[in-house]
Design a protein around this ligand. Structure first.
Ligand code: ACO
Length: 332
């Protein structure tokens, strides 16, 4: 039997910091309001000439180096993004594969918003367990600043840019294996979070190219309630189905959307503070990049050790959701 092991992690945060103070000169908001409602103090913003693929490549190179593999051993790249370099094509994954110098490998993007990393983890697991691939590079990369409306205080305070990557490899050692990944979606809630313009849904005759934008729009309060409900339900299910007690979770790594959402889910699961990983204060919501950036944070702080169990939990536009039980299984 072939299993999939989570071998390594890497991440990249752009240099430029956009603080709450600076945002309050751009829209009618305050540091106090943002901190109290979201827990966010600052977020990173990519440079104009820094594309999503550039963020992804930094994270990918680090993840490959830490995996102990030669980059030529990577046989598939999957990128989760809602802010690709180019609308439609080419995919960001193919651009990253070329920048990595990899030819003739499988490379594609998926769109599952903030749940993107859990979705690509499930894809990597399935390809490896079926025997089709051996070493899959998964990347969550977002330049959300490129689709954020900086005149809308309801959304622009939340989002930031960044990338995280992981190498998932085949193993015959069941103790190293990713235990389970759950994914789900419900398009009935599509209008809670969307970029309404620019796709085939925009009528051509009314499409003013100048005015057409692909900015995100969100019904924040309704999204908040569905997020707490869905995130809690999903982790309870995956823990129960795998007979795992929340005490066994060393690191609960939720999508970093809002401190209040994370706190509500952590409390519902009766998790201690030291089990819950938080990066929302310094990166804001980086969508598909937020979970791998958070994993990288605890890795670089020396808090993530071989064999420790991570519980991932995500929620995002679509609506989509997902959770995963993942032991950290580095080769070295
Ligand atoms: N500064 C000051 N006031 C604000 C701001 C702001 N930045 N934004 C909204 N307000 C005001 C509103 O206008 C409203 O004023 P009113 O009462 O006079 O009408 C008041 O604050 C309350 O607004 P709410 O929207 O009810 O505020 P809420 O407490 O819900 O917080 C927030 C808003 C932070 C957006 C929250 O709803 C949230 O985090 N939602 C979930 C976001 C999320 O998880 N998204 C999913 C993933 S994202 C993805 O997939 C890409």
């Amino acid at each position: 039997m072939v299993y999939a092991a989570f071998r390594s992690i890497g991440a990249y945060a752009p240099k430029k910091i956009l603080s709450n103070e600076e945002l309050s000169t751009m829209v009618d908001t305050t540091d106090e309001w943002i901190t109290k409602r979201t827990g966010i103090k600052e977020r990173r913003i990519a440079a104009d000439n820094e594309y999503t693929s550039d963020l992804g490549i930094y994270a990918a190179e680090l993840a490959i180096e830490r995996s102990g593999l030669n980059k030529d051993e990577i046989d598939m790249i999957v990128c989760a993004t809602i802010s690709p370099d180019y609308f439609c094509m080419p995919s960001t994954a193919t651009i990253i594969s070329t920048k990595l110098g990899l030819k003739n490998i499988t490379a594609f993007d998926i769109s599952a918003a903030c749940t993107g990393f859990v979705y690509i983890l499930s894809i990597a697991k399935a390809f490896i367990e079926s025997g089709m691939k051996k070493n899959v590079l998964i990347i969550g990369a977002e330049k959300l600043s490129s689709i954020t409306d900086y005149s809308d205080r309801g959304t622009c305070i939340l989002f930031g840019d960044g990338a995280g990557a992981a190498v998932i490899s085949a193993t015959d050692n069941k103790d190293e294996a990713i235990i389970d990944v759950h994914t789900g979606a419900d398009g009935a809630y599509a209008d809670l979070l969307m970029t309404p313009n620019g796709g085939s849904g925009s009528a051509h005759d009314s499409l003013d190219q100048e005015a057409a934008n692909c900015f995100m729009q969100m019904k924040g309060n309704e999204t908040f309630k569905v997020a707490v409900r869905t995130l809690t339900k999903d982790v309870v299910e995956i823990l129960n189905e795998n007979n795992i007690n929340s005490e066994s979770i060393k690191h609960f790594i939720p999508h970093q959307a809002n401190y209040r959402i994370i706190k509500a889910v952590g409390d519902a699961l009766k998790l201690r503070e030291d089990q819950v990983v938080l990066t929302v204060e310094k990166y804001g919501n980086t969508s598909g990049a937020s979970i791998p950036m958070a994993i990288n944070d605890i890795y670089e702080q020396g808090r993530l050790k071989k064999g420790e169990l991570m519980l991932l939990d995500a929620f995002g536009g679509g609506l989509t959701w997902g959770s995963a039980l993942v032991p950290f299984s580095p080769l070295k």
